[in-house]
Ligand binder design. Structure first.
Ligand code: IPM
Ligand code: MG
Length: 352
């Protein structure tokens, strides 16, 4: 099969983790007899530094023209003074919107061998395996009107959801639950927010089409606590954009490091795949980042955009074997030697 993939290395540690993932991509292509064709695109701070907007139109066009894009990280403190939409992060929101990828899947699990090393007590984390389905192109991050008025000393954002937006993300989550343990937790703040009241009503409507899936509703504050006190209670968590952003970072605590977490952003067309971690400017360029989140995102890319189950499973298995062999990057405590980002990628590639 010929695999056309756009690469957006982006900012900070992004280029390092994408390079490591490309080693794994090459190894997978060799082993399974695929041809890979990649183009490299500018975005975020990297685009701004080249005198372009955070999302150059040619980048969006290139990503629209292929089934899948692998993105490293976006974010550069040098541009923190810019208005939200012009910042590197504005480019990330714009590409999500531009590709129409409204469904963000963020799986978290505890890899065998890492139970003792994460911040949670091992008896709490052991066996945790959950999927956060985050609505990605609506809510506060996109709602209009929005404004900051320094003169008046006031700022506001708009949280807005339509039935259609809630219905389509709910169906993604219910479908995912069907392939897992058939438990869905919908997270909202319906005791305070009207958007959450609509959310809950629409989720209940969609639930009628999925009688085999058990549904519970939870307030986001209570969910935030339960995630780290009883993580094994969760299977699929369905939630809106802001809550999903926050809860998915929290869920990284269960896995032991945010460097391990992958994501897939899906809509009707091309998919966008990126690790959950950010650009980590403090360690950029030092070969210290953990590439496993990006490599696991590559596994999701092969599964969701190309339907390559065996290839995807092989990469996930190779990640597990590498961790089980004691190979660790600096973010993961361990007995063995600490590996650099590229070497960690090579170890996974060698096990493909
Ligand atoms: C994430 C990130 C982004 C988000 C930022 C960088 C805009 O935190 O992917 O979780 O808020 O979605
Ligand atoms: Mg985030």
């Amino acid at each position: 099969m010929k695999l056309d993939i756009a690469l957006i290395p982006g900012d900070g540690v992004g280029p390092e983790v994408v390079a490591a993932a490309c080693d794994v991509l090459d190894a997978m292509a060799r082993r399974f007899g695929h041809t890979v064709e990649t183009t490299t695109q500018l975005m975020g701070g990297a685009a701004l530094r080249a005198g372009k907007p955070a999302l150059p139109p040619e980048t969006l066009a290139a990503c629209r023209a292929v089934p899948a894009t692998l993105l490293g990280a976006v974010g550069d403190p040098a541009f923190d003074h810019l208005p939200s939409k012009e910042r590197p992060e504005g480019g990330l929101l714009a590409i999500r919107k531009g590709l129409g990828v409204f469904a963000n899947l963020r799986p978290t699990r505890i890899w065998p061998g890492l139970e003792e090393t994460g911040p949670l007590k091992s008896h709490i984390a052991r066996g945790a395996d959950l999927l956060i389905v985050r609505e990605l192109t609506g809510g506060l991050y996109f709602g209009e009107p929005r404004q900051i008025d320094r003169q008046a000393g006031e700022a506001f954002n708009t949280m807005r959801y339509s039935v259609g937006e809630i219905d389509r993300i709910a169906r993604v989550a219910f479908d995912a639950a069907r392939t897992r343990r058939k438990q869905l937790t919908s997270v909202d703040k319906a005791n305070v927010l009207e958007t959450s009241q609509l959310w809950r009503a629409v989720v209940n409507d969609v639930a009628k089409d999925y009688p085999d899936v058990a549904v519970q509703h939870m307030y986001v504050d209570s969910c935030a606590m339960a995630l780290v006190t009883h993580p094994t209670r969760f299977d699929v968590i369905l939630t809106e954009n802001l809550f999903g952003d926050i809860l998915s970072d929290e869920a990284a605590v269960i896995a032991g490091s945010i460097g391990l977490l992958p994501s897939a952003s899906l809509g009707a067309g091309p998919g966008l795949y990126e690790p959950v971690h950010g650009s980590a400017p403090d360690i950029a360029g030092q070969d210290k980042a953990n590439p496993l989140g990006t490599i696991a995102s590559l596994a999701m890319l092969l599964r969701y955009s190309f339907g390559l189950q065996a290839e995807s499973d092989r990469i996930d298995a190779a990640i597990g074997e590498t961790l089980a062999a004691g190979d660790r990057t600096a973010d993961l405590p361990g007995a063995g030697a600490t590996l650099g980002c590229r070497e960690m990628g090579r170890r996974v590639a060698a096990r493909i």
